[in-house]
Design a protein around this ligand. Sequence first.
Ligand code: URA
Length: 273
Amino acid sequence: MSWSERQQAMLEAMGLKVWTAPPAAPVPVEAPAEVAVAEAAPAPVAPRPAPAPAPAPRSMAEVLVAPAALPQRAPRAGLERIAAMGWPELREAVADCRACKLCESRKNTVFGVGNERAHWMVVGEAPGQQEDLQGEPFVGQAGKLLDSMLRAIGLSRGDGPPEQQVFIANTLKCRPPGNRNPEPDELAQCEPFLNRQIALVQPRIILAMGRFAVQSLLRSSEPIGRLRGRVHEYQGVPLIVTYHPAYLLRNLADKARAWEDLCLALDTLERRG
Ligand code: URA
């Protein structure tokens, strides 16, 4: 598939309609592609308004960003033990975890899914209702969008070679009641599990989706809009910040920016091998 076909497929998979400018119309230099992008549903709407603040995906400057100041969090007991676990012990430790109050309301823990040596790792926020019921991350509406986005760049959570696979995990392994935001203590208790998952997968690239993934991995409370569009690092692994799929379901205009973020991730991986 050529790059422009891949772009097209990616936009379509993300529910974006592509509008090609008539030959006479000049294309704005800052536009993210040779097309203007409009949302597919419910009806085609005007092309994306002002040029996106982020530059075009193929020419985005790569900037390595040092993590900002750490939010203060209570240290977790058993840290060293978790940091030495292999997959089976880690799965068991998550399943049996009673380190915070979420264990009282959860139906299932949600460990994560995908190839344990996947080249890609996606980090989301926390299980929702469907994930809590099924014990698998991103199986609701947001998950469907995530799968479409991944499929558009040739990735899946199913079987396949590691380079086409993602391991999907969340910052929290248990559902916060009513899908409320994770609380600092819950994040602190769960964080060592995510850190160990990343250490075991050894991904070539990490996609941090949404503010809690970013807070956990980059220790930054800056808004996603300020962090996306450049390459960060988590323990030497390139990390791309992007919008959470649940946010994208409510903010269709930002799907085009999420697409730019996927392009940046692909480019980064290609460049770094
Ligand atoms: N949102 C997340 O961040 N993770 C899930 O698993 C589901 C929805």
